[in-house]
Design a binder for this molecule. Structure first.
Ligand SMILES: Cc1cc2nc3c(=O)[nH]c(=O)nc-3n(C[C@H](O)[C@H](O)[C@H](O)COP(=O)(O)OP(=O)(O)OC[C@H]3O[C@@H](n4cnc5c(N)ncnc54)[C@H](O)[C@@H]3O)c2cc1C
Length: 463
């Protein structure tokens, strides 16, 4: 009998197992894969909130020891707007990394085993045990050689990815569902300069992205709305991606032509949903409970944060009430997880639609590039550091208007918005609500925050 069985031993499962083992609980960690194999390719950018977790758990030095370079600036370019800003610090951590996935998985798995978790690979969970009340009490599965095995625990955690078996068997329903919004081609490139920057561009319904990763390599790719995406041959993909960079950053496109792709093109497409995160005797963590488009590269950071929330909730229930408070603790975990990800999920779905920015939005991004605070916080929104509700608050958007240039290039719409918010010459009083509605019309679903959110300036989230 274990305290916890964790199904899935990668980012979210290994982190949960490590934290609960460290807290003194008896943990069995299972994965059907034999490591390191079996993990679909992904781009693996980890934002500062994820890096902060690794630091807290004493694992950041192991990550750095893999030789993966730090990333300190993120960029968003759209039309003539070129925003490149340093990442805001979260509890002193202002670096992102894009490690090799097998190396990161291994660091977390080793940490779980060192903390005392019992690990069994090649173990596929196929069923759940329940008591008469329907509370989950364990798992049924098979080892690699087909031997059936049943194990029991006070809690079963599904850290088993977006197609979670635990979610299917418990009937955890999805909510906030959005379909696959885009598809991407991406590959590793050799010989590009490593300057510690994530570059993203939006142009002609294409989202190009590139950043330094492990072993001197660079990730290079483009995402297109699903309806525009064509698979194509390897050569056609080279052309699609290099042409997309040519349109937004000719220097980078030239560098791509002068250097070499290593390995084949990969394709990414991910649906968007949250799942009910808990029930009697079970909980979901990581992608099993929340899967989102990779355009904002938040899955690993979110997985580490949700593992921490879940482990804290379970440990506090077991150390204070001997287990009686577990249902309430799991309910608290569910609320905290949703509060943590709700705003960024909305932002991600907006971003993932890859709609071109309107001229007014481009002016806003330009204004952000002139305002150190707004630029840093915009980058912080992307990186799950700054809450979108705060960034897109009326006060923060009004402050941004100070950085919209007053030259001949400023659109009449933005001049009008500024007058409405500030009051026009000849003592015409402000009509802020109308101004807000015009600004909000350019912000997609983020406009809701401006119209309905708190009227406070941007601040960092609790992260
Ligand atoms: C194309 C693409 C690009 C991405 N880019 C980024 C990025 O740049 N940055 C970022 O943060 N995130 C990115 N992500 C998302 C990120 O990969 C996920 O958020 C992350 O892998 C979730 O980790 P997890 O541990 O919850 O689940 P997973 O990594 O999916 O691990 C689940 C584990 O459960 C095991 N398992 C499943 N079913 C069973 C079973 N029945 N029995 C036993 N074991 C089982 C599997 O073998 C697997 O090892 C990307 C995803 C994709 C698809």
């Amino acid at each position: 009998m274990y305290d916890v069985i964790v199904v899935g031993a990668r980012i979210s499962g290994a982190a949960t197992a490590m934290l609960l083992s460290k807290a003194g609980h008896k943990v069995l960690l299972l994965d059907r894969a034999v490591f390191p194999g079996g993990k679909a390719a992904a781009t693996n950018l980890v934002h500062p909130p994820g890096i902060l977790r690794l630091k807290r758990w004493g694992l950041l030095e192991r990550l750095r020891a893999t030789g993966c370079p730090p990333i300190r600036e993120y960029g968003l370019q759209s039309g003539r707007a070129r925003l490149m800003a340093p990442l805001p610090a979260v509890d002193g951590v202002d670096e992102a990394y894009s490690p090799e996935r097998a190396a990161l998985d291994r660091i977390l798995l080793d940490a779980a085993i060192e903390s005392g978790a019992e690990f069994r690979e090649g173990f596929s969970v196929q069923g759940l045990c329940t008591d008469e009340a329907g509370t989950v009490t364990g798992v049924r599965g098979r080892t690699d050689d087909g031997t059936p095995v049943t194990e029991h625990a006070r809690l079963v955690v599904g850290g088993d990815g977006s197609n979670s078996t635990v979610a299917r068997l418990t009937g955890a329903e999805k909510y906030g569902t959005r379909p696959v919004l885009n598809k991407s081609h991406w590959a590793y490139w050799e010989g590009l300069p490593h300057d510690g920057r994530v570059r993203t561009h939006r142009h002609a319904r294409k989202h190009t992205f590139t950043w330094p990763t492990h072993d001197g390599l660079t990730i290079v790719g483009v995402a297109l709305p699903t309806r525009d995406f064509k698979a194509g041959s390897e050569e056609e993909r080279d052309r699609t991606v290099v042409d997309a960079f040519e349109a937004v950053d000719p220097e980078w496109a030239a560098a791509l032509r002068d250097t070499e792709r290593t390995g084949r093109w990969m394709t990414g497409s991910v649906p968007n949903f949250l799942r009910r995160s808990h029930g009697p005797g079970w909980a979901l963590v990581g992608d099993a409970g929340y899967t989102r488009d990779p355009i904002t590269a938040a899955g690993i950071s979110d997985s580490l944060r949700s593992a921490e929330l879940l482990a804290e909730a379970v440990d506090s229930a077991w150390s204070t009430s001997g287990g009686a408070g577990l249902p309430q603790a799991l309910a608290r975990y569910g609320r905290q997880r949703d509060d943590l990800v709700r705003g960024h999920y909305r932002y991600t779905c907006d971003h993932a639609a890859i709609a071109d920015h309107s001229p007014e939005e481009v002016e806003f991004i330009e204004a952000m590039s002139r305002s150190a605070t707004h630029g840093r916080d915009m980058v912080g929104v992307f990186a799950t550091i700054v809450d979108p509700a705060r960034f897109y608050s009326a006060a923060n958007m009004h402050a941004l208007l100070d950085h919209v240039e007053s030259g001949p290039d400023t659109s009449w719409k933005l001049r009008m918005v500024r007058w409405l918010v500030r009051g026009a010459p000849r003592h015409i009083p402000p009509a802020r609500r109308t101004g807000d509605r015009l600004i909000a019309a350019n912000l997609g679903s983020m406009g809701e925050y401006l119209l309905n959110g708190p009227r406070r300036p941007a601040a960092h989230t609790a992260s």
